[in-house]
Design a protein around this ligand. Structure first.
Ligand code: RB5
Length: 144
């Protein structure tokens, strides 16, 4: 199960991505918004709670740039959110950072690229190995 949310800046991209997920029969829960003006931290919180609570494996967040969503998401314990606008980063943030939330900018990437980024993110497994200790160290920084 994937948790999904957007603000008004990411709404159109979210619609394109959710249509794609539906076609692929990938289950998701859409936590808003419906296109109305709203504050991205509120949506980031709802989506990330589904991930940290274990109900959802991954979160997808969409705003204008993807940046506000990623900043807000990364304030939440247990979240490793990455804002990506290229395929390599979307792949390697799973392989090396074990990212559990992908943030995309609806004013940065189009639907075609956005869908590719979501696909590679969801399909790539964490590599483990030497990255495990690095992630442990990174997550310890939450205590600072
Ligand atoms: C909303 O206008 C915009 O600021 C928001 O979508 C996002 O880009 C923030 O990072």
């Amino acid at each position: 199960m994937i948790a999904i949310g957007c603000d008004h800046g990411g709404y159109e991209l979210k619609i394109a991505v959710t249509e794609h997920l539906r076609n692929k029969k990938i289950e998701f829960v859409d936590l808003g918004c419906s296109g109305e003006r709203c504050d991205y931290p509120d949506i980031a919180e709802k989506v990330c709670e589904k991930v940290t609570g274990g109900e959802c494996e991954y979160g997808l967040l969409f705003c204008g740039t993807g940046i506000g969503m990623s900043m807000a998401a990364n304030k939440i314990k247990g979240i490793r959110a990455a804002v990506c606008s290229d395929w390599f980063s979307a792949k390697y943030t799973r392989l090396h950072n074990d990212a559990n939330v992908l943030c995309l900018g609806g004013r940065v990437v189009g639907a075609g690229l956005g869908i590719e980024l979501v696909d590679v993110f969801l399909e790539t497994e964490f590599e483990g190995g030497r990255h495990v200790e690095r992630i442990k160290k990174m997550m310890k920084l939450e205590e600072k």
